[in-house]
Design a protein around this ligand. Structure first.
Ligand code: FAD
Ligand code: SAM
Length: 620
């Protein structure tokens, strides 16, 4: 079941400061977020000490926490503080949390300011807080040592499609009598399924139903004296589970575009040695056909009017990619206006507008509002995506590859799977050996995969020409636009108009790669009439670039294992600057068989990007 259009709840809180103490009251549930006596000490006693965090963090290089009911983030900040205090310097913390009524940054900052003990942690959390729409938001904190999956949505719905192994659980979903949804047997079963060996669950609630539920799911439950006015709290030790055994194989990645670079960065963050082999002579090159070598790309989600798996994957990947590009300093103009450029798009936009999605994600605009945002007269209504924007893909790729060993000018021509890893053969007859290999060769993936049968990878190569148009720095256009094509300003001030779309039947010929005036005219023709007078007509002073991307027959990416030690990330079509980073994160987690952090994808997204889906559909 796709979760794209799940509406989040209004948290409906009231804050009451009295004699230096803070009471956070939920009007929706009729309960407090934490003890009004001392929230921090309660968090420490019930969850920190309850789950034995100080001792366990000190002795584990990886630690995973699951929390149901993220609320103000107080428990998270407490955990982060203990992690900094006790964990070894190279340790990693993974924190999975659900929340169906997220607080905004101001409310969270105000609440957490009541606890000076976590001033640093509050600052870090609030600065990274994701926008509030239903999705799985993966956040990298503490320079990537801490991964927080902040899942905006219902606990049961989301835990049911998650796969990880928690060492500690914080069950913090208001009193069972006031919020029975957070204490269902089905939820306890998923808590058990997602528990590592030795997992300890902690809760402020010692209600009989909670103890019985946890016991039935496989925990030994103990009751302790409660904090403050509370009579009891509980801890529950898991009787089952396995211990994850992470791997650190040596990895070769074929291809140094956004897919390969994102995989390399995700592996490097996990302490895995990864090397890139790339045909082109230089990174994200301007001259080669590398799709990631364009000077500008748009990062915007592909929302679908019906709640679909395509829309869900795009929405989840979007936030992670956007934060990654901005962190790398690759951001250009922010915001994107998608114009209702024809009747079909107009109808689609009206359906999206009727979904009443959060304004932080998408805001419907009249032509006048759109004109104000764009800085240029527009005749169409539009959807405004405030979190979206234009980026410089070359800069992004270079930044991701900054510390990654890359060998340029090497084209892999053959792959041999052996019992102990993979052997790669290059154009010079040399061989390269790795424990695991990721195929991230963009349009080259089809050729590399060649006649292999398992799995089927139905890829089409698509050539696209962009037009680069010199423009004065005071050009009125203020925001990237999409209208069937796209128009955005590059880092050098030139406007980049794109892109043509030619399906290639065979491998690209030199002629396919030729920039042509005909294709400049094609790009120009697609422009809305009110914008044309602001640009010099083609081909006067227009430059261009042709590059190739690969798309699958269902227009969805391929991400995952295609053999015992072989992985593929490709078929990213015209959306790779959005989808690549999250999918790369998933491949890195699979390669390392790591629970901290695990794949950021839920079961729907995994199935949707599974390279074997074409075999499945064909009945193999
Ligand atoms: C014209 C155009 C405009 C686009 N605009 C957008 C946009 O606005 N927003 C967006 O999100 N996406 C956009 N895209 C899509 C996006 O650029 C691609 O999805 C993305 O760049 C693909 O990244 P990749 O790493 O898979 O492939 P690439 O960037 O093509 O990288 C693959 C690399 O593998 C190397 N390689 C291939 N075969 C071999 C081999 N055998 N051995 C060694 N190396 C090899 C290639 O040289 C290449 O450098 C656009 C694409 C095109 C073509
Ligand atoms: C007691 S508060 C949590 C306090 C929090 N742990 C903290 O550190 O501030 C309970 C939280 O659970 C959330 N919640 C309630 N029902 C939920 C559900 N079904 N799914 C996800 N979150 C839920 C509430 O919105 C609220 O933020």
């Amino acid at each position: 079941m796709p979760l794209q259009h799940v509406a989040l709840l209004d948290p409906q809180i009231s804050l009451h400061h009295h004699e230096g103490k803070l009471r956070v009251w939920s009007k929706r549930y009729g309960d407090v977020y934490f003890s009004a006596e001392d929230g921090f000490q309660e968090s420490m006693a019930v969850f920190g000490q309850g789950a034995e965090l100080p001792q366990r963090l000190a002795h584990n290089s990886r630690f995973a926490v699951g929390e149901l009911g993220f609320g103000s983030g107080l428990n998270f900040c407490m955990t982060l503080k203990l992690f900094r205090q006790y964990a070894p310097p190279d340790a990693r913390l993974y924190y999975f949390a659900t929340e169906n009524a997220p607080l905004d940054a101001d409310a969270m900052a105000e609440i957490l300011a009541a606890f000076p003990q976590i001033a640093d942690e509050r600052q870090e959390l609030v600065a990274h807080l994701p926008p509030r729409w239903a999705a799985r938001h993966r956040l990298l904190l503490a320079g990537g040592r801490v991964v927080l999956d902040l899942i905006y949505g219902d606990s049961l719905q989301n835990l049911a499609v998650s796969d990880f192994a928690a060492d500690a659980w914080f069950l913090d979903g208001f009193a069972p009598a006031r919020n029975p949804d957070m204490w269902q047997d089905a939820l306890f079963e998923h808590i058990a399924r997602c528990s590592a060996k030795g997992a300890i669950a902690a809760s402020f609630s010692a209600a009989g139903a909670v103890r019985r539920g946890l016991t039935k799911a496989g925990f030994n439950t103990l009751r302790h004296a409660g904090f403050g006015a509370k009579k009891h709290r509980i801890t529950a030790h898991f009787r089952g589970g396995t211990t994850p055994s992470p791997r650190k194989p040596n990895v070769i990645i074929i291809g140094g575009g956004i897919a390969g670079a994102s995989c390399a960065e995700a592996l490097q963050r996990r302490g895995v040695e990864a090397q890139i082999l790339e045909s082109a002579p230089i990174p994200a090159p301007i001259s080669a056909n590398t799709a990631s070598g364009n000077p500008v790309a748009i990062q915007a989600p592909r929302l679908t009017a019906d709640a679909s798996h395509d829309g869900w994957l795009s929405l989840n990947a979007f936030g992670y990619a956007r934060r990654g590009a901005l962190r790398a300093g690759a951001g250009l103009d922010a915001g994107v206006l998608a114009l209702a450029h024809d009747a079909r798009e107009s109808e689609r936009q009206q359906r999206i507008a009727s979904l009443d999605l959060p304004h932080e994600l998408v805001t419907p605009c009249t032509p006048e509002e759109a004109s104000d945002l764009a800085g240029i007269k527009l005749n169409q209504s539009a959807l405004y995506y405030p979190y979206a924007g234009a980026i410089d893909p070359r800069h992004w790729v270079k930044t991701l590859l900054k510390d990654v060993p890359c060998r340029y000018g090497i084209t892999i021509t053959k792959i041999t799977e052996t019992t102990s890893g993979i052997k790669l053969h290059d154009q010079n007859g040399d061989t390269h050996r790795a424990d695991a290999v990721i195929l991230a060769a963009g349009a080259g993936l089809a050729e590399l995969w060649g006649g292999r049968l398992e799995p089927m990878l139905p890829l089409t190569q698509i050539a696209g020409q962009i037009s680069q148009i010199p423009a004065p720095h005071d050009h009125p256009i203020k925001m990237p636009l999409s209208f069937g094509g796209t128009l955005a300003r590059g880092g050098d001030g030139a406007l980049v108009l794109g892109a043509t779309h030619t399906r290639l039947k065979n491998a690209p010929t030199p002629q396919d790669m030729q920039v042509s005036d005909k294709l400049h005219h094609e790009n120009y023709t697609r422009l809305p009439e009110t914008i044309k007078p602001h640009l010099p007509p083609p081909p006067k002073d227009w430059q261009g670039r042709v590059s190739i991307c690969a798309a699958t027959s269902d227009h969805q990416p391929i991400a995952g294992a295609v053999g015992a030690y072989l992985y593929a990330l490709g078929g990213l079509g015209g959306h790779g600057m959005v989808s690549a980073p999250l999918l790369a994160e998933s491949i890195a987690a699979d390669i390392c068989q790591d629970a901290a952090p695990p794949t950021p994808l839920d079961a729907y997204m995994r199935r949707h990007s599974d390279p074997f889906r074409f075999n499945r559909r064909a009945g193999f």
